[in-house]
Design a protein around this ligand. Structure first.
Ligand code: FE2
Ligand code: FE2
Length: 166
């Protein structure tokens, strides 16, 4: 493989390791091993350093306008192409847990697409988005600017599940 392909593979692998280790840290915490949890969180942080370094060398970070477009391209692909196919296959296999997980993600990617669209409009008029709190549902990832709904419109979780992003 070319170095370009290797960078893409390393970026994907390190990114996945980051999320995997955070999941492992949570489990270690629940199991009563706070120091092992800390080790997982430290390694997760290190994998992020690696992932971001690879991504930078790949030229993945461009102008904010270009980055918003790249984000919309990614989200758009996921909810128009990737997740519909994944959901159809999960249904066929009667894997309801996977179907739900894909469905939640697909619904939220549509919301992300719209939010990025708004951000692009703001940017084109020379402005940042208005300063407002942004919340994420810790069950489905639903992302809400400015206010928290009583129940999550995507997954029906109660509003305590919305965590403010700092
Ligand atoms: Fe998304
Ligand atoms: Fe939700």
């Amino acid at each position: 493989m070319s170095t370009k392909e290797n960078l893409a593979a390393a970026f994907a692998g390190e990114s996945q390791a980051n999320r995997k280790y955070l999941a492992f840290a949570k489990k270690a915490e629940q199991d009563g091993y706070p120091q092992i949890a800390k080790l997982f969180r430290a390694s997760a942080e290190a994998e992020t350093v690696h992932a971001l370094a690879h991504f930078k060398v790949m030229g993945g970070v461009k102008t904010t306008a270009e980055n918003l477009q790249a984000a919309m391209d990614g989200e758009g692909y996921e909810f128009t192409n990737m997740y519909p196919g994944f959901i159809a296959e999960a249904k066929k296999e009667k894997n309801t847990a996977a179907e739900k997980s894909f469905q939640n993600a697909m619904d939220v990617e549509k919301i992300h697409f719209k939010l990025y669209e708004e951000a692009t409009k703001s940017l084109k008029s020379g402005k940042d988005l208005p300063a407002k709190a942004i919340y994420v549902c810790d069950i489905c990832g639903n992302t809400s600017i400015g206010n928290v709904p009583d129940t999550c419109p995507v997954c029906k979780a109660s509003k305590e599940h919305f965590q403010e992003v700092k």
